[in-house]
Design a protein around this ligand. Sequence first.
Ligand code: GDP
Length: 402
Amino acid sequence: MVLAQLGGSITRALQQMTNATVIDEKVFNDCLNEINRALLQSDVQFKLVQDMHTNIKKIVNLQDLAAGHDKRKIIQQAVFNELCKMLDPGKSSFVPKKGKTSVVMFVGLQGSGKTTTCTKYAHYYQKKGWKPALVCADTFRAGAFDQLKQNATKAKIPFYGSNYCIAVPSFLYSYMESDPVKIAVEGVERFKEENRDLIIVDTSGRHKQEAALFEEMRQVSEATKPDLVIFVMDSSIGQAAFDQAQAFKQSVAVGAVIITKMDGHAKGGGSLSAVAATKSPVIFIGTGEHMDEFEVFEVKPFVSRLLGMGDLSGFVDKIHDNVPMDKQLEFLQKLSEGFTLRIMYQQFQNMLSMGPMSQVFSMLPGFSSELMPKGQEKENHAKVKRYMTIMDSMTNEGMRDR
Ligand code: GDP
């Protein structure tokens, strides 16, 4: 998974420091240098790495720490906080309100996953009770409208765009338009009339940043007056991330970032620089091609998972979304009491419906990502089923006592 290697390297650097008999200036510097190297190797922008290093050195002054202070803990906390700071622009993004029309415009380069992400975003809010609608203002890429239409149909979300066809009992109305601004405006108007409360506008991308792309984005934005512009970025972008994100921010008022393809094998650190470049928070990450492979992004739980410390709040959210209301408390109580195999069996049953196993297990502290690797969901699912089959063959006593 993207960034798994970075997380592993930082954790190892901290572990090596923890293993040292005495934490002196040399051990501390070695640890920080190791962390710098890991960040740079993952394509995090040099300036951000440098700033993080300077800040940690400022916060942790070994000479000033009185005897009895737990230096390890203080250093670990400083690293954790600085990683969080790198990902936190210090302001939150616009959040759509149920029942009140919001227009959200998506921008990004072609291939970044923009169209896929529009539908994931709409689907996410639809599950929570919103009435989303999709407008395809991408007339540049052949097939963009068909792709959006296909995704939207699958998710049962209304859509609008060029080549737009509505089957009405007595006739077929077919619509062809190549002006993205006109399509965007018409689509937004139509869905406002239909009282849709979340209107999502997908715009064109290009293979590289160019004036025509930025001009088109600017015009669509001016005409539709979005409440939020979301910049979609592919996590494999590398060192070019900072400049790319900044270029988009300079053309339209980017208010949030979504990073896609976090399930891939790219290094991923570059995309983290998008936060600094746009001064906007990452709000979601894409973790696969499927509609549900989309996670809310929150800085602290993310850094916590990155460093192998789990994400219990994310896990609790999953429980809220997937376990029946009257069973949630019991589920959490049983988890906190510790496991007998019988309880574990029941929890596995619940977990199987919570989404990809790699995602669910990565939220649990102490579970290594190697147990349920990302991108091997079929195998992971089969693995949990296998554990359950083994348990099926055990006696009642065995299930209770272990
Ligand atoms: P666009 O040109 O920016 O609109 O990009 P698309 O939405 O067409 O996506 C390009 C490709 O990336 C498609 O094959 C998508 O299925 C894929 N894709 C999008 N998001 C993700 C993701 O989070 N993970 C993976 N593995 N693939 C993704």
